[in-house]
Design a protein around this ligand. Structure first.
Ligand code: CTP
Length: 208
């Protein structure tokens, strides 16, 4: 099958030397790409900046910010059977990028942000994707309720939900414990390394 995977953080420029980003390492998305390629799938990885090597046999499109990731996904998704959105895309980006480096003058300055486009939320209605759609939900509270709401709203077949209030799993950690949230039921998997988890999850997604 042909699988598109988004991974990593995005970087939203403030001025020529500064940006807003988040703590995503890209490990989970890259582990998915490696596992899917090892299982014989054709894989396209669209990723923000990480320090991880591109897995062998995987096609790669590097992007920097949320708008670039949106464009890359929009132009590629229709060629795929499965899309897995593991990227930690910025929800907000600076309303204006300063052309010159912002100089230190005032004691306090205000940065105005505007919403980015929801890539996962656009996959069905705007991009017309008909294949199997898998999203992630990073939550600090009400994991099940929030993930179920995301699953229905973004018309996903599966949401892989992470409890990011726990420091032993998730962001930047080698291990993860996830809850699979389907439109009508859910299941928590045991904690394991992101590599093992990726293999296990790819098998589950193939069956969908
Ligand atoms: N996502 C996306 N494009 C965005 C924001 C998020 O594709 N601009 C995707 C992520 O890759 C992930 C899913 O949406 O698969 C959920 O991300 P999350 O940040 O948990 O949810 P949001 O929809 O942004 O909701 P909130 O931040 O309000 O919890």
């Amino acid at each position: 099958m042909k699988i598109l995977i988004t991974a990593g953080p995005t970087r939203e420029s403030i001025d020529p030397v500064r940006y807003l980003t988040n703590r995503s390492s890209g490990k989970m998305g890259y582990a998915f790409a490696a596992a899917a390629a090892k299982r014989g799938h054709s894989v396209l990885l669209i990723s923000g900046p990480t320090s991880i090597e591109i897995p062998e046999g995987v096609d790669f499109i590097p992007i920097e910010n949320a708008a670039e990731m949106y464009q890359a996904v929009a132009s590629q998704i229709s060629r795929h059977d499965i899309a897995i959105f593991a990227a930690a895309v910025a929800d907000y980006t600076p309303s204006k990028i300063a052309e010159q480096k912002i100089k230190k003058a005032e004691n306090e300055i205000t940065l105005t942000l505007k919403q980015t486009k929801d890539i996962l939320g656009s996959a069905r209605d705007i991009m017309g994707f008909k294949g199997t759609l898998v999203g992630f939900a990073a939550e600090t509270e009400n994991l099940l309720e929030n993930a179920r709401a995301k699953c229905l709203k973004k018309r996903c077949d599966l949401i892989i939900a992470n409890d990011i209030s726990r420091s032993d799993i998730g962001f930047d950690s080698p291990e993860n414990e996830v809850t699979l949230v389907y439109p009508d039921n859910s299941k928590t998997l045991p904690q394991e390394s992101k590599e093992h988890l990726a293999f296990h999850l790819i098998e589950i997604i193939e069956d969908l």
